[in-house]
Ligand binder design. Structure first.
Ligand SMILES: [Zn+2]
Length: 175
């Protein structure tokens, strides 16, 4: 969750240097917005906010597909508009982070393929799941209290999330 804020703002920082944009606080916040925007969009599309073991279902739509930021990137190339490229790349960090982070992965190629992809899970580098398999996994290993267990108990993902938030806030504060 928080890592999306950091990733989006870092992409904007990078493109700021690269394209010579003026990097300021608002600019970095904008990057963070584009990094996390697939989540609110997915909640709107799926019309459900669940903070239990079924919260991964919010990713089961176009919002977490690489084609979503991909469309933004194609528009950017057609228009040759630097800012849109930065937006597209910031958004693209989202599905790839969700590939590794909390949950069962993402439907990277939705709607072309409804398979859910997950990296580094149970000793496998890449797992490609059908919906049924994801649901079985979520039912078996899902955590109805993941918000508390990840964010308020000591663990690697939780720690990296809080560090991401701290890094993001620090970055914004520096400008
Ligand atoms: Zn997400």
């Amino acid at each position: 969750m928080f890592i999306h804020l950091l990733a989006g703002s870092l992409v904007f920082l990078l493109f700021g240097k690269f394209f010579d944009f003026e990097v300021g606080r608002m600019y970095l916040l904008l990057g963070a917005f584009w990094g996390i925007v697939p989540d609110p969009i997915s909640y709107i599309l799926s019309w459900a906010v669940k903070f239990n073991k079924w919260s991964h279902t919010h990713r089961d739509n176009f919002s977490h597909s690489i084609f979503f930021p991909g469309i933004v990137l194609v528009i950017a190339v057609l228009l040759d508009y630097k800012m849109v490229i930065a937006v597209g790349v910031a958004m693209l960090t989202h599905p790839f982070l969700d590939l590794i982070g909390i949950g069962w992965g993402v439907k990277l190629f939705y709607p072309l393929s409804k398979k859910t992809y997950k990296m580094f899970y149970r000793g496998r580098v890449l797992t490609a799941w059908n919906q049924d398999e994801v649901d079985v996994e979520a039912d078996k290993f899902g955590d109805d209290d993941w918000v508390r267990n990840i964010y308020f108990r000591l663990n690697v993902i939780g720690a990296s999330e809080w560090l991401s938030l701290a890094g993001f806030l620090l970055l914004v504060a520096m400008y």
